[in-house]
Design a protein around this ligand. Structure first.
Ligand code: ZN
Ligand code: ZN
Length: 326
């Protein structure tokens, strides 16, 4: 059963998750377990989004929120809680998937409307997960924008985790320090600096996309709200639409320069914190492998490390045998 392991040395947490990528698309294989759906309705020439929760109406959808077929975390997982030095616990939590449209296409080929619909569904899913007791952090992530996961069905993973990931934790500490030392937020300072636009990609009424002064990933783009404190649950329709446009155009540009796969990682304040010192942002960067998205975006290493260890151990034994004849 999936287990969360904490490393006292690097601070990276590892979720022992025995899946092989690409995971089969549950929607197109008729195995999806729907939670709710979003559909675009038209009334007197204006269109609006409708949330559908009843079994009979869920089927007709533009965005489908379903349970992950092999969840990374789930409340049904059981196991032991262990402490120092091998700290571990059962991977409790909730893992949803937001499927965007019915076609298998890369993220950057979706329409602006589809991305907006996805963000709307993400917002609803986020609210749903925030209410759960055990959920300490909500990870919103697209593991592979090019389709290396779920046979290319575009989707976001929305995961209610029982801990705050290393990257977020460290960023929060840095924001606190900046507040104490300089009485300001580092992202708000970047926004001010980018009025001169040295690393500016695009700015609209609510959001800014920029290239970081000191990037930490290949072809990294950061998107953030112009206002300091913008919880995802409170974004308005206009803010979501503006974000959809900026997210899509940035993804297109990233694909244009790299031609390879990339990830989209939301960096958010944990839902139950009442402090407002953190400034949410979205990070896009290139990846070579699906597992890099979570590791480089959040500091969570996913995969079957028990198998990985066995392979190394066996390889070492045969190396030793050939070198010293044991
Ligand atoms: Zn599919
Ligand atoms: Zn700020």
């Amino acid at each position: 059963m999936p287990q969360i392991r904490y490393d006292y040395i690097t601070g990276v947490s590892h979720i022992q998750w025995d899946v092989t990528f690409p995971i089969k698309c549950p929607v197109c294989n008729g195995k999806a377990n729907p939670v709710f759906s979003i559909s675009r309705e038209t009334a007197s020439k204006a269109s609006f989004l409708k949330i559908k929760k009843e079994k009979e109406e869920i089927e007709d959808w533009d965005v489908l929120v379903a349970e992950h077929p092999q969840p990374l975390v789930d409340d049904k997982y059981t196991g032991e809680w262990n402490e120092w030095p091998y700290k571990s616990e059962p991977a409790k939590g909730k893992h949803y998937v937001v499927f965007i449209g019915k076609d298998h296409v890369p993220f950057h080929e979706l329409s602006k409307d589809k991305v907006y619909e996805a963000l709307y569904a993400i917002q609803e899913t986020y609210k749903k997960l925030s209410d759960l007791n055990r959920v300490i952090y909500i990870s919103i992530i697209m593991l592979s924008a090019d389709g290396a996961d779920m046979e290319g069905h575009p989707h976001f993973d929305v995961i209610g985790l029982p801990f705050v990931p290393k990257v977020i934790n460290e960023e929060m500490n840095r924001f606190v320090k900046s507040l104490e030392d300089k009485d300001t937020c580092p992202i708000c300072e970047v926004i001010k600096a980018e009025e001169l636009g040295s690393k500016l990609i695009y700015r609209n009424e609510n959001w800014i996309a920029y290239y970081p002064w000191s990037p930490s990933r290949r072809n990294e783009i950061r998107i953030t709200s112009l206002t300091h404190y913008k919880p995802i649950s409170k974004l308005t329709q206009k803010e979501l639409q503006d974000l959809a446009f900026l997210l899509l155009t940035s993804a297109k540009a990233l694909h244009e320069v790299s031609g390879t796969d990339y990830t989209i990682v939301f960096h958010l304040l944990p839902p139950k914190r009442s402090v407002t010192y953190y400034h949410n942002y979205i990070q896009l960067f290139n990846i070579k492998d699906v597992t890099e998205s979570m590791l480089n975006g959040l500091g969570i290493y996913i995969g079957n490390s028990d198998t990985e260890f066995k392979k190394i151990q066996n390889a070492y034994r045969s190396v030793l045998k050939s070198m010293v004849g044991l």
